[in-house]
Design a protein around this ligand. Structure first.
Ligand code: GLU
Length: 615
């Protein structure tokens, strides 16, 4: 059984975490409001003053601490926290806050996520479930159009108040610092207040993401004002400032998370969700949601045990439900444990990889939802016996017909259960960061606002987008589906922040965005590294394919050109797709040498930094 403890914000207050006295005692407000905090600057994008950007390598090797993320500014901010003596949890919060500034379409205080922490001193791995929740008044048929009885079109639901879950990100940062950190939230927000104030350089990725959202953003006036200043796309090379976000973060830094979950900001979020503000000529239906200020005040993170499997003698820890990441990565690895994939036969290795994730996805779709509402067989899904029964359905020489049926939970031999449960739609956005500190503590943290651009709705004057996480629920209220909408429920996630230990010491920290492809990306990186002999940077950069129990494998163009011939004898249907994921990983070798490995190319390339680079 997975142990779960609710970290309500009132419990933290009782523990003194949120009181003004505690803030002052920690030196947070003693100097007076805003005294030590950066102040506002003009909004929007302007021509860059030409400040040369410091180097932002995708991979670095060395000692003293490491940070890996998709963004150079965010990785540098995390590294600076480590340099000044902060631990991995501190640096992860500071890095995440920075991603909320520079990756506002993927992360930020309007969303949620999952935080996995390894404490080197105790040897324990703990997780924080900071997933968004459905409002208390949301009903199971919320995504069904009463006029037709059919589900709303997916993207009409995305860009609406209906899709917005109660945000968990800020509460996650608070819980992480309270449980594992050494620094205050105020200190960890400071670099991001500065970053939002001074601005960051617009790159191709930011412009392209804005462009892809332009038609929707134009229909929400507050979003257009912030992200399409003067009605135009931000220009590559210009500086993008977000003084509204700086002001919001400053308020939170001074007053704690109450500034967000109670009072004016909470009221404004609830008002916007209930009554989305669109332009007069908007074509989006922008359905209203049911969120109230009470839903925000009641939000609580969950502190819970990680998932755990052993793979090739290593201990693999991940996120238990409400994410399906830990159970599905774990089951895939347990299935692969039955075989010996090797670089000598890449076709066979990749065939086994594709079959392992297809079978694990059949079980994910049938059995995993929010365990507060559904009886999730987490222990069985993670057991080697169950995986062995699944593995015996895999033909080492031929692809199975998809979709495969889920496994019977009491099976000991080769046996499938009922028909496959279809998978709901999940957006390909999100961001992941990995941190290891000088003491060997580690964080894998994946955070999101769901689609790139979330719900498309910016809280007016507050500088951040609201998520559309509730579209991760299944829209059709089929009682056999563990992932239907229920009031207060967390939608099933695929986020898979993963920490791998070797004999009690951190060895790999891995995660990625990519909707449900997150799971296959994490499995493929671990397979590449552990079984196929790639280095971690090679494992991250290698071309990807994803099989999620669908008729066809989807694969990047490079995967097809490199491996289609090897895979041909096995009979998989392989269709091309664009980039899969944008991973950020760290490896620590047995001598303590750290390799921070971000993407060299995907999503414009990430940044992996170490504190003391090796020569
Ligand atoms: N909403 C997705 C999930 O929770 C994440 C979105 C993404 O990675 O693109 O799994």
């Amino acid at each position: 059984m997975v142990d779960t403890e609710v970290r309500s914000r009132s419990a933290l207050r009782r523990a003194g975490v949120l009181t003004a006295a505690a803030l002052a005692a920690g030196g947070l407000v003693a100097a007076g409001p805003a005294a030590a905090l950066p102040s506002a600057a003009p909004p929007g994008a302007s021509v860059n003053a030409g400040r040369p950007a410091p180097p932002s390598p995708a991979t670095s090797t060395g000692t003293g601490g490491a940070v890996s993320s998709v963004d150079a500014e965010a990785s540098r901010i995390g590294l600076e926290v480590l340099r000044k003596g902060g631990n991995a949890a501190d640096a992860a919060v500071a890095t995440a806050a920075a991603l909320g500034v520079t990756e506002p379409y993927s992360a930020g205080i309007g969303g949620g996520g999952y935080f996995v922490y390894f404490d080197a001193a105790s040897g324990e791995v703990t997780t924080i479930d900071g997933r968004e929740t459905a409002p208390a008044a949301m009903e199971s048929d919320a995504f069904i159009d009463p006029a037709t009885g059919a589900p709303y079109p997916f993207f009409d639901a995305v860009y609406s108040g209906l899709s917005v879950g109660v945000p968990g990100t800020l509460a996650t940062w608070e819980s992480a610092l309270d449980e594992f950190g050494t620094e205050s939230l105020k200190e960890m927000l400071k670099p991001s207040i500065l970053l939002a104030t001074r601005g960051f350089e617009v790159d191709e990725t930011f412009r392209a993401q804005t462009e892809a959202n332009q038609a929707r953003f134009e229909q929400f006036p507050a979003t257009a004002e912030l992200f399409l200043p003067g009605g135009e796309l931000p220009v590559v090379g210009s500086t993008f400032r977000n003084p509204d976000l700086a002001k919001t973060l400053r308020e939170i830094a001074l007053r704690g998370t109450d500034a967000f979950y109670e009072g004016a900001i909470a009221d404004e979020i609830a008002d916007l969700v209930q009554d989305p503000i669109t332009t007069d000529d908007a074509t989006l239906p922008a359905y209203p949601g049911a969120m109230t200020a009470d839903d925000l005040a009641d939000y609580a993170t969950l502190l819970q045990d990680p998932t755990h499997v052993e793979y090739r003698g290593l201990d693999v820890y991940g996120m238990a439900p409400s994410s399906s990441g830990g159970t599905t990565v774990g089951e895939s690895l347990n299935i692969l444990e039955n075989f010996e994939p090797s670089a000598d036969d890449p076709g066979q290795a990749l065939h086994l990889y594709l079959e392992s994730t297809a079978h694990a996805f059949a079980d994910r779709n049938a059995y995993v939802g929010d365990p507060a509402f559904v009886d999730v067989p987490t222990e069985t899904l993670l057991s080697q016996e169950f995986a062995d029964a699944r593995a015996c359905e895999i033909d080492p020489d031929a692809a199975s017909v998809k979709p495969v049926a889920p496994g019977a939970l009491d099976a000991t031999g080769c046996a499938a259960a009922a028909a496959a449960m279809p998978e709901g739609a999940e957006g390909p956005s999100t961001t992941h960061l990995s941190v290891v500190d000088r003491w060997g503590n580690a964080v894998a943290y994946t955070l999101t606002i769901e689609q790139t651009g979330g719900s498309g709705m910016t809280v007016p004057g507050r500088g951040f987008l609201l998520n559309n996480e509730l579209t991760d629920f299944s829209f059709v209220p089929n009682p056999d589906d563990p992932n239907i909408v229920e009031p207060g429920k967390r939608p099933r996630s695929s986020m898979s922040p993963t920490i791998v230990l070797d004999d009690g010491e951190v060895r790999y920290v891995v995660g990625s965005p990519g909707g449900s492809t997150i799971i296959t990306t994490v499995v493929q990186i671990l397979l590449n590294r552990i079984d196929l002999g790639m280095t971690m940077p090679e494992a991250v950069a290698a071309p990807r394919a994803t099989q999620r129990n669908t008729a066809a494998v989807l694969a990047e163009a490079d995967f097809i050109s490199e491996y289609a011939d090897d895979l041909a004898p096995y009979g998989h249907v392989i269709n091309p797709t664009g980039e899969i994921g944008a991973a950020a990983a760290i490896e620590v070798d047995a001598d303590g040498l750290m390799t921070a490995a971000a993407e060299p190319e995907r999503r414009g390339g990430g940044t992996g930094l170490v504190l003391e680079p090796a020569d």
